[in-house]
Design a protein around this ligand. Structure first.
Ligand SMILES: Cc1ncc(CO)c(N)n1
Length: 231
């Protein structure tokens, strides 16, 4: 379960226990299934065709759109300027470097205008979009942070885990670079720190809601990557 008393019991036997470590643990087996997803090995080892990479990126752009809006909600819900600065800088990267990676990928692999303008989202993409939208509309700051911690920490972990082949397509290399670079590592460490702090101050109801949101986001990560894996 994912109540504050479950967290307290987990933390009791551990030195310097962190809420985000507990959240990750209660999200197993979905967490490890996502980090170790075969899609990422195929991508890094050059076994994903251009068409399959482009299809994944089209679905993922359907994630990035409401995800960018969610960062906006996070900026609005943040308690003060220091958080708004970190989140705003991440928003800047997302809407410049990362957005450009998507656009150049769609160009390089000839994704037709029709698919860019009216993408055919898989049910799992639609479910993830809905989660991001709902969290932005109704979630408090801790719930928003819970979603951001999952989505960014999972991507950091797989990107650090995979081994790239020589001669990997530059756009595929760029996709890995975006998720394992030192600035991104620092951002994920900051997100975790802030969720640890904010979650500790929640009342029991809000704490349970935050933990459920974390678990649901991990489940949706796994389902999304299962759905986009070519077979
Ligand atoms: C589905 C998904 N989760 C996380 C990230 C990282 O932001 C991403 N690009 N796509």
């Amino acid at each position: 379960m994912s109540t504050r008393s479950d967290w307290n019991a987990w933390a009791a036997g551990r030195e310097s226990a962190r809420i985000t470590d507990w959240l990750r643990e209660i999200s197993e087996p979905d967490w490890s299934a996502t980090v170790n997803h075969p899609l990422f090995d195929a991508l890094a080892e050059g076994r994903l065709s251009g068409d399959d990479f482009a299809a994944y990126m089209v679905q993922d752009y359907g994630f990035v759109d409401p995800f960018t809006a969610l960062i906006g909600h996070a900026i609005g819900h943040a308690p003060s300027m220091p958080d708004r600065v970190v989140l705003g800088q991440f928003m800047g990267m997302l809407t410049s470097d990362e957005n450009s990676t998507f656009q150049r990928t769609f160009d390089a692999f000839d994704v037709p205008a029709s698919l860019r303008e009216a993408p055919d989202y898989l049910p799992q993409t639609r479910a993830f979009r809905e989660l991001l939208h709902d969290t932005g509309q109704g979630g408090d700051y801790a719930e928003i942070l819970a979603v951001l911690v999952v989505t960014e920490w999972v991507y950091l972990e797989w990107a650090l885990r995979v081994t790239r082949v020589d001669g990997l397509h530059p756009l595929m290399g760029e996709w890995i670079d975006l998720h394992d670079n030192p600035a991104f590592q620092e951002f994920v460490a900051w997100l975790r720190q802030r969720l640890d702090e904010e979650a500790a101050a929640l009342d029991d109801t809000a704490f349970a809601r935050m933990a459920e949101r974390f678990r649901d986001t991990v489940a949706k990560e796994r389902a999304f990557h299962d759905a986009v894996l070519p077979r």
